[in-house]
Design a protein around this ligand. Sequence first.
Ligand code: LLP
Length: 416
Amino acid sequence: MTYFSMEDQRLIFDGLPLDQIADRFGTPTYVYSAKALKEAFRAYDQAFAPVDHLICYAMKANSNLSILKLFAEQGAGFDIVSGGELRRALAVGAAPDKIVFSGVAKSVEEIKLALEVGVRCFNVESEAELERLDEIAGQLGKLAPISLRVNPDVDPKTHPYISTGLKDNKFGIAYADARRVYRKASGLQNLRIAGVDCHIGSQLTEIAPFEDALARLLNLHAELKEDGIQLHHLDLGGGVGIRYSDEEPPAVSAYAEAIMTQLRGMDLQLVLEPGRSLVGNAGLLLTRVEYIKPGEAKNFAIVDAGMNDLIRPALYEAWHDIVPVCSQPDTPARVYDVVGPVCESSDFLGKDRTLAIHQGDCLAVLSAGAYGQTMSSNYNTRPRAAEVLIEAGAARLIRSRESYEQLLENEKALLS
Ligand code: LLP
């Protein structure tokens, strides 16, 4: 499904001309389509309809409150990794019993809050965390629902920075230790074993690593049964990858088919934590060309969005398509590095892009809905971008552009 079209040489996104949105809200601005978000969620929900399932949107991909509210209204639960993300979920009225809490470094304060509000499950990543959780639950007189995040040692065949299920990654409990740690958990007074969990990596473009991870978890499930430990759910972690350029990630329906085949006959609820595939291609970043700078070796299109707005190209050498929002047939195309205002040579949004553009033109950086705004920073004291949602044919602001007052306030008040 594409949400783009061209009309009178203007790029239309979910029914609205992007140049109009740039003029109205300024740049840099993230723009999302509610329709695309809902359809992405529905793809998962429908594909897994034959089995008992819960889709917990991994909000680290994009945690704008309006987007969380939209997903909650579609019936989504949430995967959170911090007290901050928990507060976001609560701020949109998300049901705590649909929240799973992942993350390697849950603090005492975060665990307390999660126990008090009653999250569905803690995805426990170490024995030390298990002990801390048991202790705090005991103090609060609560029973903490847990699953162990097992590290299945499966190669997800993705970028090393976003592989999470290999032996040398910091995440989860080693597969070889999992049975023992479950036995230990079953002996702890203030814990209730709810399920098992894994997450092997992000931007997976093949189904096989998911199948391998699932096979290992099901094997563990059988072993635990022998030990008298019954799991209620199995959480297979994040979702499938998305298309940024020429990748061919599996359709959600094909992924679901494979997973459901393996799960047949199992008395387990399936929990999934997709992030990128729910939001990535539902969003883009609008930016304006400040200067065209011909160079000796390269031509540069210097734009007003930088690595502080979208760090993926700098951090992972990630590819994002970049297209002018108004095409100009009479303008000669040149090859540009599209670079930002930040004082780093890694501050690029795209390299060697053939574009027919002038100073002042607006560009759309595509597939930027996931890990865009959430990974943005104030580096170079740059205010964070605005965010806009297109819904029912209208665009509305869902996060105002940060003001310079906001940027300085925490320090200004403390000037001696
Ligand atoms: N669950 C857990 C425990 C995770 O760590 C992640 C992502 C997800 C779910 C969501 O996975 P997804 O469906 O999005 O693949 N910043 C990187 C991606 C980091 C992913 C980290 N974990 C990027 O921009 O590519």
